[in-house]
Design a protein around this ligand. Structure first.
Ligand code: AQP
Length: 335
């Protein structure tokens, strides 16, 4: 069975972007002929400063979000990255395979250091894609469901696998396929149609959090930036209207219909009519998730138990792949 791996950083509360771009797909891929491994990438989260107590809370909350979105720990492996040390060890090998120039060209690195002195960014933030390649390849995963923003990092994962294979004259690492599917692979900020919705955006009004209550969701959608025009009757009419396109895409993704179908219902109407319908739909789809998250969060010890159990299963797959990698690179393995 082909193996799926994907992860999310517990670097804040998860957003509608994380749900539509990642979590929803994670749940759908279970049992669809795949073995699914999902990870809370806490080692990635500390590439920017995290308060220790908050990180612990956010990691449990993200685990709750996975389960509330339909990731079932009895059908998928669900764990936090730092409990399986093979990720970090393989990342070191990949740090020695990847080139500085490759990392410097990553748009996430450029975005996260834009307008700041890159000299003060952590070395971990620069090396982030190398750890991500290790996350995937330490399981020999072949399919990685992600949002559009992660496409470049996945290309780099392929480059690292190919260079390792070439340098050591092997075909040990598979070449991974990104799985970027659906109408909302890039959910944009509600305040700025040119920026993606992000858990680390300073403005809470820019995003819908999975923990937002119904009133907050409705208010954020009501205040979302739009334009004064009515909705067009074909997707082409949204081409130069990023904010309008974003809301229509969100509607389509949440309702499980196509953009064409949404426009068939709302063409000719303004946002005065569309926004309340979107708010109602968003509340209908997200309220059960936040309710289930609250229930799961009432028992943090149970969440930790699930993550520990997942880490045991993950390690059983990862350790032999790490061992073989080290052997290929010429390290003595004598115990
Ligand atoms: N706006 C988005 N639309 C669609 N998919 C998205 N993803 C993130 N934002 C959107 C997808 O969610 C998964 C997890 O992402 P991550 O937490 O590892 O890091 P990120 O992509 O950097 O997400 P954020 O929310 O923007 O986090 P911060 O602000 O901490 O950097 C990935 O599959 C991603 O594509």
């Amino acid at each position: 069975t082909p193996r799926v791996f994907s992860g999310i950083q517990p670097s804040g509360g998860l957003t509608l972007g994380n749900y539509l771009g990642a979590l929803k797909r994670f749940a759908e891929m279970q049992g669809d002929g795949f073995e699914t491994i999902y990870c809370l990438v806490d080692l990635h989260a500390i590439t920017v400063w995290q308060e220790p107590e908050k990180l612990r809370h956010q990691t449990r909350e993200a685990a709750a979000a996975f389960m509330a979105s339909g990731v079932d720990p009895s059908r998928s492996i669900l764990f936090n990255q730092s409990q399986v040390s093979a990720h970090s060890e393989l990342a070191w090998v990949f740090n020695c395979v990847a080139r500085m120039g490759w990392m410097g060209r990553m748009t996430q690195w450029k975005d996260k250091t834009a307008g700041k002195n890159a000299e003060n960014a952590s070395l971990g933030l620069f090396a982030y894609p190398s750890l991500m390649a290790a996350d995937i390849l330490v399981y020999h995963a072949t399919h990685v469901p992600v949002g559009e923003d992660q496409k470049q990092h996945l290309e780099l994962t392929r480059d690292i696998a190919a260079k390792f294979n070439h340098d050591y004259g092997t075909d040990f690492f598979p070449i991974t396929e990104p799985v970027i599917e659906g109408t909302a692979t890039r959910v944009m900020s509600l305040r700025d149609g040119s920026k993606k919705m992000s858990k680390s955006d300073p403005s809470d009004m820019s995003r819908i959090n999975l923990t937002d209550d119904a009133d907050t969701i409705a208010q954020k959608i009501r205040k979302a930036r739009t334009d004064p025009e009515v909705l067009p009757d074909t997707p082409d009419g949204l081409a130069e209207r990023p904010e309008a396109r974003n809301l229509v895409n969100i509607f389509a993704a949440l309702s499980g219909s196509s953009v064409e179908e949404v426009l068939a219902d709302y063409a000719g109407q303004g946002f005065g009519a569309f926004k309340p319908a979107l708010a109602e739909l968003a509340v209908e789809k997200l309220a059960p998730i936040s309710g289930e998250m609250t229930r799961l969060m009432s028992d943090p010890a149970e969440i930790d138990r699930i993550l520990g159990d997942g880490a045991d299963k993950a390690e059983a797959i990862a350790q032999p792949i790490l061992d073989k990698t080290l052997e290929i690179t010429g390290m003595i393995r004598s115990r």
